[in-house]
Design a protein around this ligand. Structure first.
Ligand SMILES: [Zn+2]
Length: 96
């Protein structure tokens, strides 16, 4: 089975482009709100790659909805991680 990852995501009506980096940087994933881009570093496993991408999509959703203004960044980080884990553990996400 091939796994295909969309290169753009509709985040509450705003398009975010996904860029896959060729080499590691200081982050595994990064959401650039101003540029509307999600940057993903190389990963060893497909599960981790999906988890990072989903984590960044949730960051983008918090930003585009304005929910990020109602919470502290530490809470947002925890929410992004636990929501990404819960979604991946319960749903078969093969194309996104
Ligand atoms: Zn994060």
């Amino acid at each position: 089975m091939t796994f295909k990852i969309k290169r753009s995501h509709n985040i509450l009506g705003t398009t975010y482009k996904t860029k896959f980096l060729k080499k590691l940087d200081w982050f595994m994933g990064l959401c650039k709100f101003k540029e509307k881009e999600i940057h993903i570093a190389p990963h060893d496993s497909l599960y981790e790659l999906k988890h990072t991408l989903l984590h960044e999509i949730i960051h983008a959703t918090c930003h585009e909805s304005g929910a990020n203004q109602t919470q502290v960044i530490e809470l947002e980080e925890v929410l992004c991680t636990v929501l990404a884990t819960a979604i991946l553990k319960n749903y078969d996400i093969t194309n996104y």
